[in-house]
Design a protein around this ligand. Sequence first.
Ligand code: ARG
Length: 461
Amino acid sequence: AENQMWGGRFSEGPSAIMEAINASIDIDKRLWREDIAGSRAHATMLAEASIISANDRDAILGGLDQVAAEIEDGTFKFSHALEDIHMNIEARLKEIIGEPAGRLHTARSRNDQVATDFRLWCRNACDEAERGLKDLMQALARRAEENAATVMPGFTHLQTAQPVTLGHHLLAYVEMFSRDASRFADARRRMNECPLGSAALAGTPFPIDRSATANALGFDNPCANSLDGVSSRDFALELLSAAAIAATHLSRLAEELVLWTSPQFGFAALSDAFSTGSSIMPQKRNPDAAELVRAKTGRITGSLNLLLNVMKALPLAYAKDLQEDKAATFEAVDALALAVAAMTGMIGDFKPNPENMKAAAARGFSTATDLADWLVRELGFPFRDAHHVTGRIVAVADAQSVRLDELSLAEMQAVEPKIHQGIFDVLSVDASVASRKAYGGTAPENVKNQAQRWIAALKKE
Ligand code: ARG
């Protein structure tokens, strides 16, 4: 049978394959709330502008309430033949209220309808992503405050570099996630313009009030250009970009949890709630959630890449290619929400092992820079000379397989006679972190202040 929405010039229905490639209802049914909100705003405006009667408006609004109730309680029958959420809802509305349903689509096209629905959905996704990231930041800041003085090795090239504190390390991620949260807020601000009323592509001859629908739907203003309104998806690209960057940060932290919880590092353990066992090896505690967070990043950056490729070289205005925007975006937003929640859970109750971390921090001559800095401060050496002297002392310690603070004063003086007892004040890992008090450094008092600043800031919102 021909299509009831556009079957006028058709005498035959679509092939099964046509229907299969064309139908998006399984994916875009998620837009039902947005679609009904858009239709309500549109019908209300049409009546206000005397384009439809008040009676028709009331019939439409009442019918939409019933459609919403049916979808909510699961009795709504979604149909592939009706392609997408827009036609499914309109067809059901017609069954319920009859003739007035046919007036709803006056001065509107599915092109501006779907662009509006999708913007509304993406706007909400930005808000939720921001909220999720803030919960994660809160968990990180709390654990950072607890661990403001927990010494661990800091790495460059994954080689022991200088001691830092676990709190400082966790707060580095709070900084990253706070920028991620602000990227979502920023994307939201830019996407908050309403395409409704752009109609198919050229605008409409009906005397519609685009500001009224934009206002009713919480948009800042209507899109100023109808071609742009129906064919742009950079709002989704920005959402996906923000998601991809946040996911990349999550993945770095996930990778660190995988490393830290390995027996080789032994820096931390994940709680039972966020670990899995092995069906064959009874001793195992696997960090599956962290690994999956790491892997979800592939999906999310993949979705960004997918939509960039769909959009590339697409001529204006609407083309059906745009229908592929939703699967990619939904998948990325879902994956991000799950990854953020899993990370918040893992961070909330992972157990650091301060002894192992401290012992590891003391290995690898991690206070060599402190020794060199001491030579500069106490003895007035140029830094390059201090670096050279320190390198020779490290070689002595290395040959004896001892830490720098286990060398005797005489052994150090054999390399540089001016060195005195005061050197021992700076060779321990605790002294090293305590000395890094300049703004942004890892000194426990700095870390504590920063953690408390974040906790207070996140509470205020
Ligand atoms: N399901 C379509 C989409 O997601 C709705 C717009 C269809 N417009 C059209 N001219 N065929 O893009």
